[in-house]
Design a protein around this ligand. Structure first.
Ligand code: AMP
Length: 444
């Protein structure tokens, strides 16, 4: 589908071309017209499908063409993480570059000065606010934020927000909004509690499903079945196998991230860590260095597995088995995005075998079990049914192999999506910038 068929404002068409978008992605093709028509939407679409522009473009168009009070907040986008908030505000900045629609990202973790900047923008009025729930509530509690003009509400990565325990915060924020508004809900998965939330919030919604529950075929998936103590020597071996320039290693716990990053640094790998214990500035700097290829390996908690758009990752390593199939798909979906190929390796300890077997079931694929180098000693047999919580070769029993969440139902495979433009050759994005209303809110 061509963007021209939507009759979008000229200034927006200029923004679209400058981002390098030529044709609409499937989610854009399906949701943009209904959003322009004023429909509520519930869409299952993951990051990478172009969902951000799918909701931003119609909202910006409406802000440009329907008269409204520019001194009030008109659109509110609630997201789970600061990284996603920044990313959406940046996409907004790109798409809305030739317009005077103003936007601010409001998220926790910054210093006192960012709170003051946010307060200023929120009290003087800004067209669009992209926020994380906790931070928005802190502002709302202070009494200077007026929400009475919000006409568009977006919940992005709504399943992630529920996973992170934001349900009550979201409902509290929504309590401040006028009843008459358009609601757009985007979520990678649709577990029953998401349906409950949708029932509460949406009015006669159009339901759209673009998401994938299976990783793209282009990703070469391998599992290394090991005893827990073999993981460290194995990962060093894997990282040396090729001259990788962009690798992400995922660990479920931040303690594990810190230990692994320290060990890899000691072994002289070009590595940085990212997790929620780092302050905001450091996290942004780490991401920036990784984007700019100053760091080759990023060791991360799941914070990064969704919502962050970094192209050309050659290898994703799961240092531990993710909790469920959706997390697995999200983690390994970091690779093979732009380049079209990539590898995803998962290190599976004895205690994790059952979990891994469940993931294989969910993605409907038997992942190749690759041999480990001989000098690491004998590896355990892959026998998930017999594994339960039997301690292995000093495996330590850190994980409960039998107690994972079971992901929601299957969805159809096939990814039905494309991304070609990246950020349209605009050069590296500035993730180091503090939250800012990037255009003057009252300039129209
Ligand atoms: P998202 O799923 O919103 O995180 O978008 C993923 C990536 O696709 C981002 O880098 C977008 O800039 C890019 N993108 C979004 N829409 C298009 C499009 N129509 N054509 C090319 N790239 C796009």
């Amino acid at each position: 589908m061509q963007f021209t068929s939507l009759g979008l404002d000229e200034r927006l068409m200029d923004g679209i071309s400058s981002m390098g978008y030529e044709t609409a992605t499937p989610v854009q093709a399906q949701v943009m017209q209904p959003i322009l028509d004023g429909r509520d939407i519930i869409a299952s679409a993951q990051t990478g499908t172009g969902k951000t522009a799918a909701f931003l473009l119609p909202i910006i168009h409406k802000l440009l063409t329907i008269p409204h009070d520019a001194h009030q907040i008109n659109a509110l986008i609630i997201v789970p993480t600061r990284e996603l908030a920044i990313q959406i505000a940046e996409t907004m900045e790109g798409l809305g570059y030739f317009t005077d629609v103003s936007c601010i990202a409001v998220y926790g973790g910054g210093d006192g000065s960012s709170f003051v900047t946010e307060k200023k923008a929120l009290s003087s009025g800004v067209d669009m606010v992209v926020c994380t729930p906790g931070r928005m509530i802190s502002h709302l509690n202070m009494g200077y934020v007026k929400m009475s003009d919000v006409r568009y509400l977006v919940l992005d990565e709504a399943d992630r927000m529920l996973d992170m325990g934001f349900h009550d915060d979201i409902m509290k924020i929504i309590g401040y909004l006028p009843k008459q508004r358009q609601n757009l809900l985007f979520s990678a998965t649709m577990p029953p509690r998401m349906r409950d939330l949708a029932r509460k919030l949406l009015h006669n919604p159009l339901e759209i499903s673009i998401a994938i529950s299976r990783p793209p075929e282009a990703i070469v998936q391998k599992a290394f079945v090991v005893y827990e103590p073999q993981k460290m020597p194995l990962i060093k071996f894997l990282l040396q196998e090729k001259d990788y320039t962009r690798v992400i290693v995922f660990c479920s716990k931040k303690q594990a991230v810190k230990q692994l990053a320290a060990a890899l640094k000691k072994a002289r790998f070009s590595v940085e860590e990212i997790h929620s214990d780092l302050d905001q500035t450091t996290r942004e700097q780490v991401l920036q260095d990784y984007r700019n290829r100053r760091t080759k390996i990023l060791v991360a908690t799941d914070v990064l597995s969704r919502g962050i758009d970094i192209e050309d990752i050659e290898l994703v390593i799961n240092y531990d088995v993710p909790h469920d199939g959706e997390d697995y798909v999200h983690r390994i979906g970091r690779t093979a995005r732009a380049a079209g190929t990539g590898s995803a390796y998962t290190l599976v300890s004895e205690m994790e075998q059952r979990n891994f077997a469940r993931i294989e079931e969910l993605i409907d694929k038997t992942v190749e079990k690759a041999p480990i180098p001989e000098d690491l000693g004998p590896a355990p047999e892959y026998a998930p049914q017999q594994r339960r919580s039997k301690p292995g070769f000093g495996g330590g029993g850190q994980r409960n192999g039998g107690g994972s969440r079971q992901g929601g139902g299957h969805r159809q495979g096939g990814n039905g999506q494309h991304r070609s433009g990246g950020n349209g050759g605009r050069g590296p994005r500035n993730h180091g910038a503090p939250p800012h209303p990037h255009k003057k809110p009252d300039s129209n």
